[in-house]
Design a binder for this molecule. Structure first.
Ligand SMILES: *Cc1c(COP(=O)(O)O)cnc(C)c1O
Length: 425
């Protein structure tokens, strides 16, 4: 496969952009490949600058549940652009999308828009702290909640570790209120609440972990998080930036029947534009300025183009049968995949239209398990697929996504390609 124009583009990019990319995973370092430069995308077909085409299972990290370049979403966006692209003054569209979110997601009574998932989580945590007047945040190893200083913590094994920052450039003091515990490990949560319960503002969790590859929570784990936070007067925050409008219209919370106090959204709700949101109970969201003392703001928050894109996207997702069809299609693909990987030392974690293949002989239940999987073999797998024109998420620590736009032929072709590639690596 010719990739000389991508290589050239990369050489040029590194002159002006650190590492040549604006988000680190795009450099494809962990999979030992050179980054692709994309010139267009349609449906689930990505076209790079060399003219190669790939079937896309990353879909801008889960954004494009309807596929790239959706006709109706594009029309809504083009119409919006003609009306001016930002005012910094309220619009009807913000209320419209807010109402769509509140109607769709069980726990939402109020939402506020921001421009990225990082901001949504940062703000939700500030609200949780402002509401509870407590400091400590409990998170889980391997869960990603954006790149705010105090959330870039992934503790060592076992008991909660304070001050363990996973990025340089963050003073230890900034993470001293963040406790990171093993995913799916209820005992460590109980232990931490016994010790610090009255100082814990919130637990934040990806209700299905997707940023260490897909890891399914045990249902009892999630329900106990709800119980224990209630018991101690802490809040439960579901970071649904990936799972929101992915696992159902009401996200993971609807799928599992658990009501968090606050939730965050991103990715899908902007339909490819920078929009994200956080929201929850009325009494909690009331702490936000201008009604309350918790400050939060944004020049481009609720941007009219992003709102138009989000409104059209959510309306399409509300069509009867949308999720049932997506699930049925995904199940067919997953069943095919299960056959192919049998006896090959591969674990397939999946739920709905999300899946990850781990190169491991053991069940994958937490971050430790993921780290013990064979990431070298994953890298070979990724590169071999790429050479066969299939683009999966370029890291052993990510989820893949199936969209409305994947055709049965593309899915079947992908299965055959995976089969072929597994025999080679
Ligand atoms: C992507 C993601 C974020 C961060 O969103 P950005 O828009 O990249 O800032 C936060 N939480 C989860 C669960 C995510 O997947």
């Amino acid at each position: 496969m010719q990739r000389s124009l991508s290589e050239k583009a990369y050489k040029e990019a590194v002159k002006y952009i650190p590492g040549g990319v604006n988000s680190p995973v795009r450099a494809l370092k962990s999979v030992g490949a050179a980054p692709l430069f994309i010139s267009r995308a349609n449906g689930v077909t990505l076209t790079d600058v060399d003219g190669n085409e790939f079937i896309d299972f990353c879909l801008s990290w889960g954004v494009f549940i309807l596929g790239h370049n959706h006709k109706k979403v594009n029309e809504a966006v083009k119409h919006a652009v003609d009306l001016g692209t930002s005012y910094g003054i309220p619009t009807l569209q913000e209320t419209q999308l807010a109402k769509l979110l509140v109607e769709s997601v069980p726990s939402l009574e109020k939402v506020r828009f921001v421009s990225s998932g990082t901001e949504a989580v940062m703000s939700a945590i500030r609200v949780a702290r402002g509401f509870t007047k407590r400091n400590i945040i409990v998170k889980f190893d391997g869960c990603y909640h954006g790149h705010a200083d105090h959330l870039l913590v992934s503790a060592g094994s076992g008991v909660a570790q304070l001050n363990a920052s996973s990025s340089s450039g963050i003073p230890e003091d900034f993470t001293k209120y963040t406790l990171s515990l093993p995913f799916n490990d209820l005992e460590s949560v109980k232990a931490v609440f016994e010790k610090h319960g009255d100082d814990i503002a919130a637990i934040i969790i990806e209700p299905v972990a997707a940023n260490m590859g897909v890891i399914i929570p045990e249902l009892s784990f999630l329900t106990e998080l709800r119980t224990i936070t209630k018991k101690y007067g802490a809040l439960l925050i579901f970071d649904e930036v990936i799972t929101g409008f992915r696992l159902s219209l009401g996200g993971a919370q609807e799928r599992f029947g658990i009501t968090p106090d606050l939730s965050t959204f991103g990715k899908i709700i902007g339909g490819g534009f920078p929009a994200a949101a956080f929201g929850g109970r009325n009494d909690i969201m009331a702490v936000l300025a201008p009604d309350g003392p918790v400050y939060q703001a944004g020049t481009l928050s609720g941007n009219p183009i992003a709102m138009a894109s989000g409104i059209q996207t959510v309306q399409l997702l509300q069509q009867p049968g949308f999720y049932a069809d997506l699930e049925a299609k995904s199940t067919l693909f997953i069943d095919g995949l299960k056959e192919i990987i049998k006896g090959k030392g591969i674990v397939l974690n999946h739920i709905g239209s999300m899946f990850t293949l781990f190169f491991s002989d053991h069940e994958i239940r937490n971050f430790e398990d993921v780290k013990n999987s064979d990431t070298e073999r994953f890298a070979r797998f990724f590169r071999a697929l790429l050479n066969e024109n299939v683009y999966i998420s370029p890291s052993a620590y990510e989820s893949n996504f199936i969209s409305e736009a994947h055709t049965p032929e593309q899915l079947e072709k992908t299965l055959q390609t995976i089969k072929k590639v597994l025999a080679e690596i």
